[in-house]
Ligand binder design. Structure first.
Ligand code: NI
Length: 213
């Protein structure tokens, strides 16, 4: 029946769009596509051996999440940030994590913190870039996850994707960030909440400043 055929075709298209979405998102979050870079649906369709339709569907979904922007008559671009947007996003980032440190300090997974601390200390043997980003992400997420609040974690994760993009704008400062992470983890493991909050606040402020300085 014609109706069934249409539905099946639509399902296939949707599932292809889902996969394309995952591919592009991964490329953006791993900085293989840089903020401000144009994404050409036709070119991408050619590379992936697909029609333009699912590529456009995937890009629209990414526009909805704020990772891609669409400029009328021009096309799709990886999101870039004004200085003010960086400040605002980092303010929200700080708000979530300082709140979680304050309210859920004792619930942060100490075992996982310790594992992160060991990875930080072995830092010189780690590769730059993606490995550092994963570690950074793990450390900050552990703090937010301590809340066990699904709504809080969901909104935190939304902003976290943007923070990943912002982090790509900073170059060659991973050594400083690593030292700050070590100090933060040590303070939490020693049970010193006030010091941990101070270190975290300074860390996020410094990262924000280094983007627009
Ligand atoms: Ni960090």
């Amino acid at each position: 029946m014609a109706g069934e055929k249409v539905t099946a075709t639509k399902l296939v298209r949707e599932s292809i769009a889902e996969q394309v979405y995952a591919i592009i998102k991964e490329e953006i979050l791993c900085a293989r596509r840089k903020p401000g870079e144009q994404i050409n649906p036709r070119e991408l369709a050619g590379e992936l051996g697909l029609s333009v339709m699912p590529i456009r569907d995937a890009l629209k979904q990414l526009v909805g999440e704020g990772l891609v922007v669409r400029k009328p008559w021009v096309g799709f671009f990886v999101r870039s940030f004004s200085n003010q947007e960086v400040r605002e996003i980092m303010e929200v980032h700080k708000l979530y994590e300082l709140y979680c440190l304050e309210e859920y300090f004792d619930k942060i997974d100490r075992e996982k913190l310790l594992a992160c601390l060991e990875r930080c200390r072995k830092r010189n043997t780690l590769t730059e870039g993606e490995e550092f980003e994963r570690l950074d992400d793990n450390i900050h997420s552990l703090i937010a996850q301590a809340s066990e609040n699904v709504f809080l974690i969901r909104s935190y994760n939304n902003i976290k994707d943007l923070i990943v993009l912002i982090r790509h704008l900073i170059h060659g400062q991973t050594h400083k960030a690593n030292e700050e992470h070590i100090a933060l983890l040590e303070a939490i493991l020693e049970g010193d909440k006030e010091r941990a909050k101070e270190i975290l606040r300074d860390h996020i402020d410094r990262v924000a400043r280094s983007v627009y300085s």
